[in-house]
Design a protein around this ligand. Structure first.
Ligand code: GAP
Length: 512
């Protein structure tokens, strides 16, 4: 099945099974804004808890924060967002559609890369075990030509973005004959900058109201509280502050479902280190964050680092952790070594010292910062995309979400084989026992096969079936989602089995 079709099915699946709904759907929705349904909110909470515990429980020197969405407007002047948090936009005069100029160019670069990868895949299948991939990549003219084209395009794009040269961005589009995906013409306007922050007013709407912004990232709340946390928590550098919260961006090109939305949640951590130690910390966090992703147990080959070609002026290293979505490798998380840029700017704009006195060195300095920043919505999509499977069975296609049990919204479904003879009562008794630790679902409607399929589609790792024997010997059948295997176990054993398999500890231990 084409990857585009897989993605469409996945979006439909999210709606059908209570994961994600378009916002204000009865009014035809609101562009790039989504609501999370009864299962979506549980998955989201489980992802957040996995991240939070990995930061706060496993690391003695990382503490949490919950700063407000509204901040003093000067924060965004100091951070550079007022002047530079822009996207370069271009309009097609025929279709009247607006695009991000850099995204159009990146898409072409990705196409060259895809062509090269397809050649490699074809050759791998043709030559089988004899295939020497490295040699093929170096010598096959189609592969080398496409990779050269990609590299030249990316280099030219980077140079234009670094120089903020909007005319050159347009020229790249013209030179490469990049056409509007909708109408197919190259009738482009000039490129203009567009600020992504949402603004509103605080106070009375009459004279005196202050223009405030909905934060476009949570990180600035951490920077401005750096000394509050350090002093009240008697924190010693190196230490980190972690925060989960909403962020807002007026994304112009909002596509691909919840991949790029206008209201989203971020999980960010700023790690404060001595000057000169930023790059070491950057390398350590890079590894630690990849480990966090891989512990989820999906195919390791679907993750990769993408080191930034274009570094922001304040960063001395930056990388993305990318995942192979159905629409290609895309960023899930960013890791940046931000030097002392943010704290120094806040020191300059507020007139307040943002320095730390280091007792071991007996000197004060503005710490340097390594940031890890991941979108909850984006990792949600990544998890769903990785977990979605269609399997041919004897009867029909089985659709399942093979979610890591610790993240699954419903941990177990308890089902009486029939709706009589005291079986429902026995099933409810089991739920009453387990509900303090696990989200359980009771299901008595339809055939047992249909009920299994329903739970597979939600991603429930365990189905417990209560039958007549259960009344006699206090045993039940446990059925495992991924293998569909069934075994008979004592009801008393259930808490231990479910705990061991669904506990977040299983994931967290892999990070130690
Ligand atoms: N403080 C740094 C920062 O915000 P970013 O690369 O702009 O860096 C970090 O964003 C992460 O936030 C991204 O890797 C992505 O997971 C998520 N993110 C950013 N914009 C988003 C959007 N419009 N919709 C969903 N997630 C988004």
């Amino acid at each position: 099945m084409a990857q585009e079709d897989v993605f469409k099915k996945l979006v439909a699946h999210c709606k059908e099974y209570g994961y994600v709904f378009p916002s204000s759907e009865i009014y035809d929705g609101l562009g790039a804004v989504y609501d999370y349904g009864q299962n979506g909110v549980e998955l989201k909470n489980n992802i957040k808890k996995y991240w939070w515990d990995s930061m706060i429980l496993l690391r003695e020197n990382v503490v949490g924060l919950d700063s407000a969405i509204f901040m003093h407007p000067t924060v965004w002047k100091a951070s550079g967002h007022v002047d530079a948090f822009n996207d370069p936009l271009i309009d097609n005069k025929d279709s009247k559609k607006r695009y991000r100029a850099d995204a159009l160019i990146e898409e072409l670069a990705a196409k060259y890369e895809e062509k090269a990868e397809k050649e490699v895949e074809k050759a791998r299948q043709r030559f089988g075990e004899r295939f020497d991939e490295a040699l093929f990549r170096q010598t096959n003219p189609q592969v080398t030509a496409n990779i050269e084209k990609r590299n030249a395009l990316v280099a030219r794009l980077s140079a234009a973005l670094n120089a903020n040269d909007l005319a050159e961005l347009r020229q790249i589009i013209i030179d490469n004959k990049i056409a509007c995906p909708l109408c197919g013409t190259c009738n482009w306007t000039e490129v203009r900058q567009f600020n992504l922050m949402f603004a509103t007013e605080m106070g009375s709407t009459a004279e005196g109201a202050t223009k405030v912004y909905l934060r476009p990232e949570t990180a600035q709340g951490i920077f401005v509280n750096f000394l509050n946390v350090q002093k009240s928590g008697r924190m010693k550098v190196p230490f980190g502050i972690a925060q989960i919260g909403k962020a807002f961006r007026n994304e112009i090109i909002a596509r691909q479902f919840i991949f790029r939305v206008r209201e989203f949640e971020q999980m960010e951590m700023q790690y404060f280190v001595r000057p000169g130690q930023g790059l070491d910390a950057f390398r350590q966090w890079k590894e630690a964050r990849m480990k966090w992703h891989r512990a989820l147990g999906f195919n390791p080959a679907d993750y990769r680092f993408h080191d930034h070609e274009k570094l922001a002026h304040y960063a001395n290293a930056a990388t993305d952790i990318e995942y192979r979505f159905p629409f290609g490798f895309k960023e899930v998380e960013g890791i940046h070594s931000r030097t002392d840029f943010d704290l120094s700017r806040h020191q300059e704009f507020s007139g307040k010292k943002m320095q730390y006195f280091d007792p071991e060195l007996n000197e004060s300095y503005v710490p340097h910062v390594v940031e890890t920043s991941i979108g909850v919505d984006r990792v949600f999509l990544q998890v769903i995309a990785a977990a979605y499977r269609e399997e041919a069975t004897d009867a029909a296609t089985r659709v399942l979400l093979a979610l890591p049990p610790a993240l699954a919204p419903v941990k177990l479904a308890v089902m009486p084989l029939v709706k009589k003879d005291g079986l429902p009562e026995k099933a409810l008794e089991i739920i009453r026992q387990l509900r303090f630790d696990h989200r359980c679902q009771y299901d008595e409607k339809d055939s047992i096969g249909k009920r299994y399929r329903r739970q597979d589609a939600i991603g429930t790792p365990f189905c417990i079936t209560v039958d007549h024997d259960s009344l006699e010997d206090n045993t039940v059948t446990i059925r495992y989602r991924d293998t569909m295997q069934q075994e008979r176990v004592a009801i008393d054993q259930l808490p231990a089995i479910i705990d061991e398999k669904t506990s977040l500890k299983t994931l967290l231990r892999a990070l130690d």
